[in-house]
Ligand binder design. Structure first.
Ligand code: HEM
Length: 136
């Protein structure tokens, strides 16, 4: 009985501690801020996708990314912007647009010193959002 109780406790504790580890492994909020700034710089310099951001307030978008990515990494932030479907609905994004964003994000994570295994853990949490963002 006691043994089962301990196993249940371990199972409950595991997801939370794995999340905390990701936020810390990404360098905490300072690491996420550096990654977001480098990735947005990449988007705006990338001829494949830069025009898509032309009408957006990039200061606001940077700030939204920083909170959302903190939340995704398990850092305890609460993202309060638009949900992903609403934010991207009018943009008619393709899988090619999505792949370009992921490539630019990977490049930003390389440049800001996030370890490869940590990058993959973070990208795995973004992957389920693809179907909310890509609409054609
Ligand atoms: C997993 C992938 C993505 C995530 C997590 C994400 C996240 C976000 C967030 C948090 C916002 C701000 C929402 C708000 O409060 O208004 C946003 C806006 C935006 N995203 Fe994404 N995004 C993703 C993919 C993409 C892709 C592939 C593109 C195009 C290449 C894109 C282009 C934009 C644009 C242009 C805006 C600003 C829209 C506006 O001005 O209101 N996003 N995104």
């Amino acid at each position: 009985m006691k043994k089962i109780f301990v196993i249940v406790l371990l199972a409950l504790a595991a997801p939370a501690s794995a999340q905390d580890t990701l936020f810390a492994d990404m360098g905490g909020q300072a690491g996420i801020d550096r990654m977001v700034d480098a990735s947005v710089d990449n988007y705006l310099a990338d001829p494949r996708i830069r025009d898509i951001f032309a009408d957006s307030n990039m200061d606001r978008i940077r700030a939204e990314f920083k909170v959302q990515f903190c939340q995704v990494a398990g850092g305890g932030c609460v993202y309060q912007g638009h949900d992903m479907a609403a934010a991207h609905k009018g943009l008619h994004l393709t899988n090619a647009d999505f792949n370009a964003v992921i490539e630019d994000l990977q490049d930003a994570m390389d440049k800001t010193g996030i370890a490869f295994a940590t990058q993959n853990r973070f990208l795995a949490r973004l992957a389920p959002m693809q179907h909310q963002v890509v609409t054609r």
